[in-house]
Design a binder for this molecule. Structure first.
Ligand SMILES: Cc1cc2nc3c(=O)[nH]c(=O)nc-3n(C[C@H](O)[C@H](O)[C@H](O)COP(=O)(O)O)c2cc1C
Length: 468
C-alpha cells in the first residue's frame, strides 16, 4: 500500500471537482485567465507563448468571447501534472504507475444519472451553440479537439473509445476523421459493409483520467472504459444514452449521440496536427447527431492541438508505458524509454544495459515493430538521460558510426499524418545504435565529486554576495 496522500483522489470522476481540487492544492500550476480573450487562436497563442518560456501550466479561461462557459486546457502539458493525476508519482514513475493501474481493468458501473443527464435534448438542439474555438490560422474553422468517441458492438460484446477531431458543420451534423484507422474505423467498416450506420456517442469533456484512458491503444476488443476504471481504482460511473444505450461517463460535460453515416461524406480539415503541420488527410466522415446531453454548467475542456506538449503527452504517455513494459519483459536490460517532443510521435530513445553484442539492435527492432508510428529509434547506454535531447544527440555524435550502426527497414505501414510520406502508403524505419559497443575506447572526461562540491559551495557564496 502506498503511503502517499492523494489530494486529487476523491474528485468524483468530475472535471469541475478535479480542477477545483487542483486549484486548491497546486494553485501555482493552474493559471486562471480572467481577462477576456478571443476564440480565434488566442488560447493556442497563450499556450505557445508560455511554452516558449518553458512553462506548461494548466489553464482556465474564465471569459472567452463568444463562449458562455469557461474553457479549461493544457491539462496534460506537463508530465509532473500527469504524475499528480496518477496519485502523486514523480514524472519518472509515470510509466510503471500507468501500467499497473491500467492493467487492473475494472468494468463500468451503471448509475441512475449524473451531471451529463441534467439536460437531454432529442430534438430542436443546435450544435452551433456548443463552445468551440479555432486553434490555428491554418485550421478550416473552430474544432472540437477533445472529441472522445465511444462505440459498442453488442453482438461481439466489445466496446471502443478513441479521439477523433471534429468540426461542426450544421445544427445537427459534424465532420470527423478516422484517419488513424484504428478500432473505431474497423467497427465502422464492419457496419458499412452491411449498409448500416454505426451508432456512437461522442464525449466532449470529462475527468482527465477518463481522457488518459481514452488515449490508450489496446488490442481490438479491449475496452478503454475498463482501463478508465483501472486508472480511477473504481468502476467508471456510466449512464446509457437514450437512443442507442451506449455507456458514457455519467459526469461528463457534453455527450453527443448519433450515427456515423456510411453513405455520406463531410468536408473537414485542414487542422493543425501533432506533426506540427496542418493536415487535410481525413476520412471525412459525417456524424449525424440525434441526442445532445450536457451538464447545465458545462465547461469546454479543450486539448491543445498541433505539436503542443499536451497533444503529444496525451498520445504518447499510454504508448510509452506499454512499450516500456513490453520491452522490459523481453529485454530486462532496458532501463528507460522516452518519446521526445522534438520527434512528435515518430522518434523514440531507448536506454539499455547491454549484456551481449547486438542487443541494442534487437531492442530497436522490437520497438520499431511494435509501434506503428515510430520511424527512428536511437539506442543509448543506461548512463545517458533519454529525457534530454542534447544528451542523446551527444551519444549519437560520439558513439555512432553511420556505416556500422544503422538498421533500416523499408515498406512498413506508417502514420497517415506523416508529411514526408504519402499518407496511404508505407514508411521506412531506422534504428541508430548510439551505444558505446564492445570495442569502444573513449575515456569520459571527468570532474571529481569533491571539485563539483567546491564549485557548488562557491556558487552559493557568490549568489549570497549578490543577494546582499
Ligand atoms: C488528442 C488526440 C487526438 C486524436 N485525434 C485523432 C483523429 O482526429 N483521428 C484519428 O483517427 N485518430 C486520432 N487520434 C488517435 C486515436 O485516438 C488513437 O489512434 C487511438 O488510440 C485509436 O484507438 P482505437 O484503435 O481504439 O480506435 C487522436 C489521439 C489523441 C490522443
Amino acid at each position: 500500500m502506498s503511503s502517499r496522500v492523494d489530494p486529487l483522489a476523491d474528485t468524483g470522476q468530475d472535471l469541475h471537482r478535479f480542477v477545483d481540487a487542483y486549484a486548491e492544492h497546486f494553485g501555482d500550476d493552474l493559471l486562471v485567465v480572467r481577462e477576456p480573450v478571443g476564440r480565434d487562436q488566442d488560447v493556442t497563442a497563450l499556450v505557445w507563448a508560455l511554452a516558449a518560456e518553458g512553462r506548461h501550466p494548466a489553464l482556465k479561461f474564465e471569459r472567452v468571447q463568444g463562449l458562455d462557459s469557461p474553457l479549461v486546457t493544457n491539462l496534460f502539458a506537463s508530465r509532473e501534472r500527469v504524475g499528480r493525476m496518477l496519485g502523486g508519482v514523480a514524472a519518472a514513475g509515470i510509466h510503471a504507475e500507468y501500467q499497473s493501474r491500467s492493467r487492473r481493468m475494472v468494468a463500468p458501473r451503471e448509475v441512475g444519472g449524473g451531471a451529463v443527464t441534467e439536460v437531454v435534448q432529442s430534438e430542436g438542439f443546435d450544435l452551433t451553440t456548443l463552445p468551440t474555438i479555432k486553434h490555428f490560422a491554418t485550421d478550416r474553422g473552430p474544432y472540437i479537439t477533445n472529441a472522445v468517441v465511444v462505440a459498442e458492438d453488442r453482438d461481439a460484446g466489445i466496446g471502443n473509445v478513441s479521439y477523433h477531431r471534429s468540426m461542426l458543420n450544421g445544427a445537427q451534423t459534424l465532420g470527423t476523421s478516422l484517419h488513424s484507422r484504428g478500432h473505431l474505423w474497423r467497427m465502422f467498416q464492419a457496419q458499412a459493409e452491411r449498409g448500416r450506420p454505426l451508432p456512437v456517442a461522442m464525449v466532449i469533456g470529462a475527468h482527465p483520467l477518463f481522457m488518459l484512458a481514452a488515449a490508450a491503444r489496446l488490442p481490438y476488443g479491449v475496452d478503454e472504459r475498463h482501463v478508465a476504471g483501472g486508472l480511477f481504482g473504481a468502476p467508471l460511473e456510466v449512464v446509457r444514452t437514450p437512443r442507442y444505450g451506449i455507456a458514457v461517463p455519467a459526469h461528463a460535460e457534453f455527450v453527443l449521440e448519433g450515427v456515423i453515416d456510411p453513405e455520406a461524406k463531410s468536408e473537414e480539415g485542414p487542422f493543425g496536427e501533432f506533426t506540427g503541420y496542418s493536415s487535410d488527410r481525413s476520412t471525412n466522415n459525417l456524424l449525424r447527431v440525434q441526442t445532445l446531453m450536457q451538464r447545465r454548467d458545462a465547461w469546454l475542456l479543450d486539448v491543445v492541438g498541433g505539436n503542443s506538449a499536451e497533444h503529444l503527452n496525451l498520445g504518447r504517455i499510454p504508448r510509452e508505458s506499454e512499450m516500456v513494459e513490453k520491452l522490459r519483459e523481453r529485454f530486462p536490460g532496458v532501463t528507460a524509454v522516452h518519446y521526445p517532443s522534438s520527434g512528435t510521435h515518430f522518434h523514440a530513445y531507448v536506454a539499455l544495459r547491454q549484456s551481449r553484442p547486438g542487443e541494442a539492435r534487437q531492442v530497436m527492432l522490437g520497438l520499431l515493430g511494435w509501434d506503428p508510428y515510430l520511424k527512428t529509434v536511437i539506442a543509448v547506454d543506461e548512463d545517458v538521460d533519454v529525457m534530454r535531447d542534447e544528451e542523446v544527440l551527444w551519444a549519437l555524435a560520439t558513439h555512432f558510426q553511420p556505416h556500422l550502426d544503422v538498421v533500416i527497414v523499408e515498406g512498413l505501414p506508417g502514420s497517415a499524418l506523416d508529411p514526408s510520406a504519402s499518407g496511404v502508403g508505407t514508411t521506412s524505419r531506422m534504428g541508430l545504435d548510439a551505444t558505446r559497443g564492445p570495442g569502444f575506447e573513449g575515456v569520459r572526461a571527468r570532474i571529481d565529486a569533491a571539485a563539483m562540491q567546491r564549485a557548488g559551495e562557491l556558487l552559493a557564496r557568490l549568489s549570497a554576495g549578490h543577494a546582499g
